[in-house]
Design a binder for this molecule. Structure first.
Ligand code: AHG
Ligand code: MN
Ligand code: MN
Ligand code: MN
Length: 336
């Protein structure tokens, strides 16, 4: 049997051979992975634990919080605040940043997360996940504030997600390709199960919430119309469609077999750029997708080049197989 490589061993080798991971960053990733194991246990308990349903509160984006949104947020904070590797954290579920309390040493990293992605799928037993992104504090000012988090996605030093699905997996990039780890429940360890993940440049599968069709902008309507015309249309091939409504699960499928994922701007809330959050969802997923040879834009620009202006900023997202994202992006340029 081939030797099993653990997450710890993978990180140590990245540190030793590629000089990519300073020890604080290695600790940070291991702590996040441990927190995800804890969240996986809560997710699996389902109705046997007090984890299902709504918490009766709202987050800063006006979404009703599920119990698991709050539990996962707390697990990530508690796991990360004492290690000395972080300066502060930001989350979809917190109005403002959480600075590491001064009873603990302050590190130089910033951790951003969507503690529970796919909240609407919790109560129906469909895959959900945790998404995270890591930045380094760049300013030399004393302390840390929200402005430290407003860095373009290309500054990320690590990003990943954990998917709580038919298997529990951790998918990670530290800027040297994408690696996938599967949780071995008996051993309690993350085992490397794929390395150098690559997204094929072409695909016949798209993911979009079709119920919003009437609200789309013309380039999105054009792109999807052409896919729907199938073999006899301008694309000359039949397309399949998938929409899990957990970004983690849709992106995991794309990393596994290709495809294109879109959550475009639409007319329902014209003042918002889109539904998904730049810092907690779009940036980390774009980093993974680019590291796997795919592409990620907001329809016009590379997502990781966007300069954030607010912590909870939203963005339109087109990501996945390179040739399809290029096409959807070109249709936006042609419509100007
Ligand atoms: P979250 O559960 O973290 O708020 O994110 C939900 C997001 C994302 O996971 C998914 O792609 C999208 O919302 C689904 O939106 P619709 O319900 O509008 O399809
Ligand atoms: Mn939410
Ligand atoms: Mn989400
Ligand atoms: Mn969420």
């Amino acid at each position: 049997m081939p030797k099993k490589i653990s997450l710890t061993q993978y990180l140590v080798e990245q540190q030793r051979e590629h000089g990519r991971i300073p020890s604080q960053l290695r600790l940070l990733i291991e702590v996040v992975a441990r927190a995800c194991k804890h969240i996986a246990i809560a997710v699996n308990k389902g109705a046997l634990g007090d984890v299902m349903g709504s918490a009766g509160s709202e987050n800063v984006q006006g979404e009703v919080q599920k119990k698991l949104d709050i539990i996962s947020n707390e697990v990530l904070i508690e796991a990360n605040e004492w290690g000395g590797h972080l300066a502060a954290m930001a989350s979809e579920e917190m109005d403002t940043i959480h600075v590491v309390p001064n009873r603990y040493p302050q590190g130089e990293y910033l951790l951003l997360f969507d503690p529970l992605d796919g909240s609407s799928n919790i109560d129906v037993n469909v895959s959900i996940g945790t998404i995270f992104s890591v930045l380094k504090k760049v300013g030399h000012h004393h302390g840390v504030d929200e402005s430290d988090f407003l860095q373009a996605g290309k500054n990320q030093v690590a990003a990943g997600y954990c998917i709580y699905g038919s298997q529990t997996m951790l998918v990670l990039t530290v800027g040297d390709g994408v690696a996938m780890f599967t949780l071995d429940r008996e051993m309690g360890s993350w085992v490397l199960t794929s390395e150098n993940v690559q997204i094929p440049a072409d695909t016949k599968e798209f993911a979009i919430n079709m119920s919003n069709q009437r609200h789309w902008a013309p380039p999105v309507t054009r792109y999807i119309d052409e896919c729907l015309q199938g073999k006899d249309g301008p694309r000359g091939k039949d397309f399949n469609m998938r929409w899990v409504a957990s970004m983690v699960a849709d992106v995991h499928r794309i990393l596994s077999r290709g495809g294109v994922f879109m959550y475009p701007w639409d007319k329902r809330e014209p003042e918002k750029a889109g539904k998904l959050r730049l810092l907690y969802e779009a940036n980390p997923m774009s980093f993974l997708v680019e590291q796997a040879g795919g592409m990620a834009t907001n329809g016009r620009q590379r997502i990781m080049d966007l300069q954030p202006t607010r912590l909870h900023e939203r963005v339109a997202v087109f990501l996945g197989s390179k040739n399809e994202v290029e096409r959807a992006t070109a249709y936006h340029a042609e419509s100007d």
